[in-house]
Design a protein around this ligand. Structure first.
Ligand code: CDV
Length: 312
């Protein structure tokens, strides 16, 4: 019998800087209820889903930066989401900026959590691949200051038994790195949830806009197929105070095929009934890791960061 899990990706349209948490949570609640109405058991919300994509702004006052961070989860504004999800028996993935204290020092992470159908936080992931820069780039059309505002995630890429399967999480830029998917693939991931905020412009290179969507899909489709896993990706999309983010929320099968995709750049729920056993044949055949991986040739991947061409 197929192991079916109906999942939703809940895309958020723009969140402008002036929009408050309560208003955003109300939008999330609407989409949670829509997903429930469609028979879903798990809903994936975007990266940094509670605020505008604030790393685009240069801020020097740490107190101002910290207004974008959550000190507790759930907190007063987010508790209604946990309560409603628990009432509906819905699990969810939520991305947010986490402010915590470790050994007396403040730490700030770009975080996602996996909440089970009873409203309990089952798993936490902190973004490992932080893109962008830490210094002010006054010539750039906007900033991408994840390297300034966040610490590198310290939890690795764990997976959890949840919703009848093995679930993993990652966040936005992580999807571009094959290592992200492979580490979870090696733990038997059957579904990977991810949220993203992808500006349609590359501030470091004059890249054609269509490539932003192409690379977004390319990396996730490859990650899904090469590890025999479902991938459920939710965007924050549209024009936030004039700054455009691509949409393209989608659900990808372990065959690498896109089975559902958002049409627009506003709040939108897409859903698919995922058979968690579909990836088994991929894992048994072409990507039978036990049989075919040759780790004796992979040492560079963990021992070297940058490129070292041969001399001469
Ligand atoms: N939020 C992100 O991680 N965005 C990056 C941008 C900078 C390219 C992404 O990989 O989509």
């Amino acid at each position: 019998m197929a192991r079916l899990l109906k999942v939703a990706a809940a895309q958020l349209g723009p969140i402008h800087r002036a929009e408050d948490r309560t208003s955003v949570v109300n939008r999330l609640l609407d989409m949670l209820r829509q997903a429930h109405g469609a028979g879903c058991k798990l809903v994936v919300f975007p990266e940094l889903a509670l605020t505008t994509f604030f790393p685009r702004y240069w801020m020097t006052d740490q107190a101002e930066v910290d207004t974008y961070f959550e000190r507790e989860m759930p907190g007063p504004e987010t508790r209604p989401l946990f309560e409603e999800a628990s009432r509906l028996g819905m699990a969810f993935y939520l991305g947010y900026a986490e402010l915590t204290e470790e050994g007396g020092a403040a730490k700030r992470y770009n975080t996602s959590i996996l909440v089970d159908g009873g409203g309990r936080i089952l798993g936490k992931y902190r973004k490992v691949h932080l893109p962008g820069h830490a210094e002010h780039l006054p010539e750039a059309p906007f900033q991408h200051l994840e390297k300034r505002y966040f610490d590198v995630g310290d939890l690795g890429f764990p997976v959890w038994r949840a919703c009848g399967g093995v679930l993993g999480m990652c966040i936005c830029n992580d999807r571009r790195w094959p290592e992200t998917f492979r580490v979870m693939g090696l733990q038997g991931a059957e579904l990977i949830a991810l949220g993203f905020n992808t500006p349609s412009r590359n501030i470091f290179h004059d890249e054609p806009v269509h490539l932003r969507m192409f690379h977004h899909l390319l990396t996730m489709q490859a990650g899904a197929y090469q590890n025999g896993t479902w991938v459920v990706a939710a965007a924050k999309a549209g024009r936030e105070d004039g700054h455009h983010l691509i949409g393209g929320s989608c659900i990808i099968a372990p065959t690498g095929e896109v089975v559902a995709r958002a049409l627009g750049e506003e709040d939108e729920v897409i859903a698919f009934d995922c058979d968690l056993d579909v990836g088994d044949y991929v894992k048994r055949t072409v990507f039978n890791f036990d049989k075919h991986r040759r780790i004796e040739h992979y040492r560079r991947i963990t021992e070297q960061v940058g490129v070292r061409p041969p001399s001469g």
